[in-house]
Design a protein around this ligand. Sequence first.
Ligand code: ADP
Ligand code: MG
Length: 626
Amino acid sequence: MRKKQFKAESKRLLDLMVNSIYTHKEIFLREIISNASDAIDKLCYLSLTDDKVGMNRSDFAITISVDKDARTLTVSDNGIGMSADELENNLGVIASSGSYKFRQEQNEDSDTDIIGQFGVGFYSAFMVADHITVVTKKYGETQAWKWESSGAEGYTVTEAERDTVGTDIIMHIKEDGEEAGEFSRYLEDWTIKSLVKKYSDYIRFPIKMLLPHSVKKPDSPEDKPEYETVYEWETLNSMVPLWQRKKSEVTKEEYDEFYRQRFGEMAPPQSVISVSAEGAVTYRALLFIPSKVPSLYYTQDFKSGLQLYSAGVMIMDHCEELLPEHFSFVRGVVDSPDLSLNISRELLQHDRQLKIISANLEKKIIAELKKMLSDDREGYEKFYENFGRALKVGVLNQYGEKRENLQELLLFYSSTEKKLVTLREYVERMPEGQKYIYYAAGDTVEAIDSLPQTELLKERSMEILYCTDRADEFLADSLRQYDGKEFRSAVDGELGLEDAPKTQESDSDRECLAFIKETLGDRVDEVKASGKLKTHPVCMTSGEGLTFEMEKYFKAVQPELQMKAKRILEVNVAHPAFLKLESVRAADPELAKKYAEVLYNQALLIAGLPIADPSGYTDLVCSLWS
Ligand code: ADP
Ligand code: MG
């Protein structure tokens, strides 16, 4: 018997398999089971038209057995089987799968990744086995065949015995290397069970295993029971995917349990979105909006993406291409018979069908959130607290229709309503004559509420949106307008009120303002009479461009940039404090300078900006009355 060589490319692939990294190895079982399921599909289909097959759908099964002494793991099916020729052709050359071809066309650096993510069918078994025997009998033939290989050296095909039609894949599991259990784990019932659950739960045929159960010996006394171990066939997979069932037929408990098991979350999801689509692409999806922020969500280690299935077989754990970044917190499953099992990550990025699915899912998620916003405001606020940040980033990164959809989902704290409101609500409430959407940024609602600049607007009962999250101010800045209404910072910009109090500065006022500027030097860019202040003496504004809140943000995240907002000291020229300064200026310029210092530092304090010399400032203030 002559040993036959693998085709060149198969050899290279075998090498890759053997050297693939640890965590990728486990996918071999998924590949072998999916082949078994395909083979059963074929015979099952034949049985519909050919009575001679003599089998019902319920007769088909995949069985897994382990022989620890012989170190073998066997996956058997009663599917269509292979002829000698087919054994040669199907297992002697690399499967014509997309991933391998693609890798050849591209550069070859990403070998291990392709294997890990997608597997390459039958050959992946060589990641865990040093010798594989395939015994198979094709439907309609009398002779069975045995294919054997220890990897790179080649394979043999010889006659064999097998009573019934079907295939056994007998994998001789490698000895452990340095890492204990590296390979032996694939001989443990527990590992097999969990791998089937993880990757092949929804294979539509039962995957059975003979497993030990402890039962009471029938003849042992009730009060002193004795136990014995019996072996019983157990079906490891649940066969019917939850997402293949109608939403109306699935209970909340079932969804919660699925979510808990599948995504390892203790808290039940806040909403479940079930999608069934036919048309350009046929698929089903089951999406979950978490009720809690996943522990790693706002870190680099968070793995986003949906689980991707092709006709009940999981092909990817985290398919990021299915979700836009701003919805990366969504968990779920997508199953489409239109996708190929052997598809590489790189190919996925260009996959048209996947793009269609992802666009549809985004719409579904937005619709669900809008529904929550209108029907369950409290629930939506909770959601927003968890994932509002992600939505905001989405608004900042998107354009056109996508942005418009997302901005409807934003919430801001309202100065008049004392609660979170949407931009739509704000605009609908705007009194006639109000031209702008006013907002003000600061650390807390209380801090913003006490900003002197908000006084005038409040007096006119005009609503101000309080931006307490750093991202909020960037949002207002980036959106520029909503529904044709421009955003205006109540803190920094001109309020643009038609009947704003005029800044009636006298010559003496102007001289006095110039005196303050001179005193403060280049610590301020400008000193001017304010049109915003009523009872307060001063405030610090930044004018157009970078604001103080942005400055604080950059200082925290990118201090090397040394981003600094403009400092414009606005003075209420009608305030007694200013009048006092004005009156002492000629007679006692030193005292007037001290007053100017105090006004300047007060303005910094109110804006939440650091003062350069706190203890010097304290001494200065105290010197004024001692
Ligand atoms: P793919 O499944 O993508 O075709 P594989 O490497 O997984 O690639 O399998 C190669 C081929 O071997 C299959 O297409 C099938 O024809 C054959 N094959 C593998 N396992 C079985 C099996 N259990 N029964 C019948 N045919 C099988
Ligand atoms: Mg396969």
